[in-house]
Write a protein that binds this ligand. Structure first.
Ligand SMILES: [Zn+2]
Length: 421
């Protein structure tokens, strides 16, 4: 597909053409970059509850994306901010190919892989998007393993349409696992001893919309409401059913963080829910997003830590370990700001699945934000293979990460899941 490349220089130019919010009436009905003064998590929670998607958190400001209605709301609440127009030239694709996969390429490569590696790979659709596209999932597991027989782990990519690297990383993980089966001793063992599910693209409709007929749309949500007067979309990562409807999401359909009409109102989240509900052997979950280079764990809906101290310690220990592998910063999700209805609060809250959200490369908007050049894919993937293997390794019982059992006991520990308190 066409190349996704936005140079830092462009962002520099963008910043030079920034204008104050009071002059921003010309940006009506466009998506807007916004830099907002905010120093506390409470302020950031209020901002995201107003419907701004926060993409970068700094000590005294955030960078986010919103629509004109949110600028009005921010002003009414007394927030100081600057908004940035997105000039048309920024949104044009440069000509040429890239390593990013569009829907057709992803689907066809997944099918090829399932055929080539049919002894360990099974492709299936876990459901349909609101526009009727398949939600493809690859199961990777040893040749003789029946479903539910071994401990399971699930990787999810791209709930948010414009976060294209978050498709590439889980898709590359599939390829990495399959291609190394029978060659790499550790990976062979992992595949023989685990049931690994990977859904690289939870939001195909939004992604397709984001990249079809350039310029880029900077689209975050799904495509709920198509055919209505205005297509609004639902933020799929605010639509899960644990503590749905709280702070850190918006009830305004036009906003970036619109939570939907009800918990699990969307066919995409329903499909993920149904799959996880029916696979009680899943112990571990990783949901990929971009960007900011963070490793987040529950809770998102409250500033409190996970009440179960052992479960909290498992999340904290694993996040720190994966932080050392990647250079990403580990922290509790709500340390940034509250979010309600996200994937990991639900998977942990409902099923006690050890759950993480990765905010992948880059660290900030000025290094490419959602649209880094395809040249970075390989490095980002390489950086993210070790934490994925680490989680797969521990998926037979993540709680052993806080016991005295050392990693050298790899695959020799037989534990009961779920762990007894
Ligand atoms: Zn996201």
């Amino acid at each position: 597909m066409r190349k996704m490349s936005i140079l830092s220089l462009v962002f520099l130019l963008l910043s030079l053409t920034a204008f104050k919010s009071s002059d921003s009436t010309s940006s009506l009905d466009t998506t807007t970059l916004v830099k907002i003064d905010a120093s506390t998590r409470e302020e950031r929670t209020e901002i995201t509850s107003l419907g701004v998607s926060i993409e970068e958190v700094h000590d005294h400001y955030i960078v986010g994306i919103c629509r004109p209605a949110q600028l009005t709301a921010l002003k009414a609440k007394g927030f100081l901010f600057e908004s940035f127009s997105l000039p048309a030239f920024l949104l044009d694709f440069p000509p040429g190919d890239s390593a990013f996969h569009n829907l057709q390429e992803l689907e066809s490569e997944m099918k090829d892989l399932a055929q080539t590696y049919s002894h360990i790979a099974t492709l299936s659709s876990i459901g349909k998007s609101v526009e009727g596209r398949d939600l493809w999932m690859m199961r990777v597991s040893g040749p003789q393993i029946l479903e539910g027989e071994k401990s399971g782990i699930i990787f999810l990519g791209t709930h948010h349409a414009r976060e294209h690297l978050s498709t590439e990383v889980p898709f590359s993980l599939i390829k990495h696992l399959l291609k190394n089966y029978g060659k790499d001793e550790k990976i062979t063992k992992l595949i023989n001893e685990r049931e690994i599910w990977i859904i690289p693209l939870v939001n195909p409709d939004g992604t397709d919309y984001d990249i079809t007929n350039p310029p880029y749309k900077w689209w975050r949500k799904n495509r709920q409401g198509k055919g209505a007067e205005s297509i609004y979309g639902v933020d799929l990562n605010r639509n899960y059913g644990y503590k749905w409807g709280g702070q850190g999401a918006s009830s305004d359909p036009s906003s970036e963080t619109y939570r939907g009409a009800s918990a699990f109102s969307e066919s995409e989240t329903q499909a993920v829910k149904a799959f996880i509900d029916s696979h009680p052997n899943i112990t571990t979950l990783l949901s990929y997003h971009t960007f900011s280079e963070l490793i987040l764990y529950p809770w998102g809906y409250t500033y409190d830590s996970i009440e179960d101290q052992r479960a909290f310690k498992v999340h904290e220990t694993m996040a720190q370990a994966m932080g050392r592998m990647t250079g990403y910063r580990p922290q509790q999700s709500s340390d940034l700001y509250l979010t309600s209805g996200d994937t990991t609060d639900w998977s942990f809250g409902e099923h006690k699945i050890i759950s993480f959200t990765f905010e992948l490369y880059p660290a900030n908007m000025w290094d490419g934000g959602f649209y880094p050049p395809a040249s970075v894919i390989e490095d980002v993937v390489r950086n993210n293979i070790p934490p994925a293997l680490y989680l797969i390794e521990y998926a037979n019982n993540p709680y052993r990460v806080i016991t005295t059992i050392r990693p050298r006991d790899f695959l020799t520990v037989s534990d009961v899941w779920p762990p007894k308190p």
